[in-house]
Design a binder for this molecule. Structure first.
Ligand code: AGP
Length: 609
């Protein structure tokens, strides 16, 4: 949700800001803007739409200045427009700010400022912060920011510059991410690490309610009382190339193709072979006390929630432990029952999703222990959980999650099997067999991807279908949910998922000749049930694509198309069976002339409610 950047150094700021914003565009692309402090003036340029429109606008201009801030917007308050684009300024235009988050009490603050004679230019919540800083400004920008922070409520990552204070950028965060890159004679802030990688690998992670003051040659940190805070840098080992498209047309296609490697990285170091193969989660601090839990509660949002549903089935199957899975945005506002013996598994690619963090903090308050599964090192989730299991998928840039999802599944399986083993449900021999199956998956995914043209051809014929339903049972139901989400978010096709057994209880009324039904069929014990469901929708005119194992001929007679995946243990099939759906969604999006990396109305990291 919005990306913010800031640069102070010896170089011209504009190219650095634009370059850094390009790496954050996945966070929002409703508009973009920069404010650069030149020798005398604050130069502000903004444009509605993707960053390229801002680039076009400034292409023939020379914007001189070695410090500045920038923003790429995902609109919350006020429609996408030039005027609502950040940076926003105070009335004199001397103070400029960029903001990621929501100022919840903006209406009250706005009335107060208007009564004092301030005229607002935009409909945004952010603009109040610029005027509020101005309101408190008595010659010291830092003090004015401290005073303003006492008044604002909500979530924010803010960067502030002033024409009257040309030696520093002030940045602060609460419930929205912000990282600071320490360079040589230059310092940079950004909402996310990929924006910094070209300039530095030494990164400070700002904690909630910490303030950073960036000078050209150093950075100072304070709490919101203005007391100094000591911080150390962390070295980021991410590969720059992994945050680039690397020859692929879109990040999403690249990330789909990165799954075999990502899955290998997730497994590596967590499997050890002595007399037989075993899972090692000591690196995350997991010991037998965790397996004594009375119940597991999994909370997450979107795709990560789907990983949680697979987790429920996996934990119940492999560890025989009761599991609840909840959408974090529901969980946080319910009156849920849990006790300190329960263990929470919180899943989030970004580790910054506002609802997911709120659910985690609720669990923490209730005394429960928390395992985080996340992809982003140093994210808020990673820092606040008791144990962190990183997915090691590398940066995921496309809004539609692919490799983060399959690596989340891999983590969930490893934890479930470890629980099962420690609880005596899975014996040594079975554990070794399961590990063999997991270790085979990266190579199986590679083989599956080699056949991607089959899905491309199918998409070329079906992309215009206005309705697509995904159905499956057990693990295949979870993947139906994920498949429908992928298709709707990047191709804007109305797609839904159904537990196949539910079809007759309502959804079948929607099926007609215009419907594509994708039946995911990997749960061998239920093949006959699925075949009946396929026949039922076919009888109502639907076109049916079946996703099943390569050695299964059960559905040959009933399906209009079959996509075959390598055979694995049924419980592990989700990692493989989701890949055709990812490809199908991607190719439908491209066929429709859309940009799969930047779907309308969406942003990669949902850091506001
Ligand atoms: C995935 O394709 C979605 N864009 C979205 O549902 C995402 O999974 C969700 O917002 C949760 O994000 P997180 O994993 O970063 O918490």
């Amino acid at each position: 949700m919005c990306g913010i950047v800031g640069y102070i150094g010896e170089e011209q700021a504009t190219p650095v800001l634009i370059n850094a914003l390009k790496k954050l565009e996945y966070r929002g692309y409703d508009s973009a803007g920069i404010a650069v402090l030149g020798d005398e003036d604050l130069i502000i340029r903004k444009a509605k739409g993707a960053l390229k429109f801002l680039e076009q606008k400034i292409a023939t201009e020379i914007i001189q200045g070695t410090m500045g801030i920038g923003h790429t917007r995902w609109a919350t308050h006020g429609e996408p427009s030039d005027v609502n684009s950040h940076p926003h300024t105070n009335v004199s235009g001397k103070i400029a700010i960029v903001h990621n988050g929501i100022i919840e009490n903006h209406a009250r603050l706005k009335s107060m400022l208007e009564e004092g004679g301030v005229t607002f230019k935009s409909q945004t919540d952010t603009e109040v912060v610029a005027h509020l800083i101005d309101f408190f400004y008595e010659g010291d920008l830092f003090q004015a920011v401290l005073e303003a922070l006492k008044k604002i409520e909500g979530s924010y990552a803010l960067a502030v510059i002033s024409q009257d204070d040309p030696s520093r950028i002030i940045a602060v965060r609460k419930d929205s991410p912000l990282v600071i890159g320490k360079g040589e004679g230059e310092n940079i802030i950004a909402s996310d690490v990929p924006a910094l990688l070209e300039y530095t690998r030494e990164v400070y992670y700002l904690e909630d309610r910490e303030i950073a003051v960036l000078y050209r040659d150093h950075v100072e940190f304070f709490d919101t009382e203005g007391k100094p805070v000591e911080k150390d840098t962390i070295r980021v080992e991410w590969d720059v190339a992994s945050a680039e498209k690397g020859g692929y047309e879109h990040f999403m296609l690249k990330e789909i193709h990165e799954q075999p490697k990502a899955l290998t990285d997730t497994l590596r170091a967590r499997i050890k072979t002595y007399a037989s193969k075993t899972i090692h989660l000591e690196e995350i601090g997991f010991d037998s006390s965790w397996a004594e839990a009375g119940r597991v509660i999994i909370t997450a949002c979107g795709t990560a929630w789907h990983a949680g549903i697979v987790g429920k089935y996996a934990f119940e199957h492999f560890a025989r432990i009761p599991v609840d899975v909840d959408i974090a945005s529901e969980y946080r506002y319910r009156d849920p029952l849990f006790n300190p013996k329960d263990i929470f598994i919180i899943i989030s690619q970004s580790g910054e999703t506002a609802d997911t963090l709120a659910a985690m903090r609720m669990a923490r308050k209730g005394g429960a222990r928390i395992i985080a599964i996340t992809n982003v090192v140093g994210s808020t989730l990673a820092r606040e959980a008791d144990l962190v299991m990183y997915t090691w998928a590398g940066p995921e840039i496309a809004v539609a999650s692919t490799k983060a999802f399959t690596t989340q599944l891999m983590c969930v399986y490893l934890i479930a099997l470890q629980f099962g083993s420690l609880r005596g449900v899975v014996n040594e021999e079975d554990l070794s067999r399961y590990i063999d199956a997991l270790e085979a998956i990266p190579q199986q995914a590679e083989r599956l991807l080699a056949d991607k043209e089959a899905i491309q051809r199918f998409a070329a014929h079906q992309f215009n279908k206005t309705k697509a339903f995904f159905m499956g049972r057990l693990f295949d139901y979870a993947i139906s949910l994920e498949s429908a989400l992928k298709l709707k978010e990047i191709s804007y096709t109305h797609s839904e998922a159904f537990a196949a057994g539910e079809l007759k209880h309502g959804p079948i009324a929607l099926v007609d000749e215009s419907t594509l039904v994708v039946a995911i069929c990997t749960q061998e014990a239920l093949f006959d049930k699925m075949d009946s469901n396929i026949k039922e929708v076919k009888a109502r005119g639907a076109t049916v694509l079946v996703i099943t194992y390569e050695d299964v001929s059960y559905f040959d007679a009933s399906a209009d198309g079959i996509f075959r995946i390598p055979h694995t243990i049924d419980a592990f099939s989700p990692i493989l069976s989701v890949i055709p759906s990812q490809l199908y969604a991607y190719y439908c999006s491209v066929q429709r002339g859309l940009d799969p990396d930047k779907p309308r109305n969406l942003a990669k990291s949902v850091t506001v409610e």
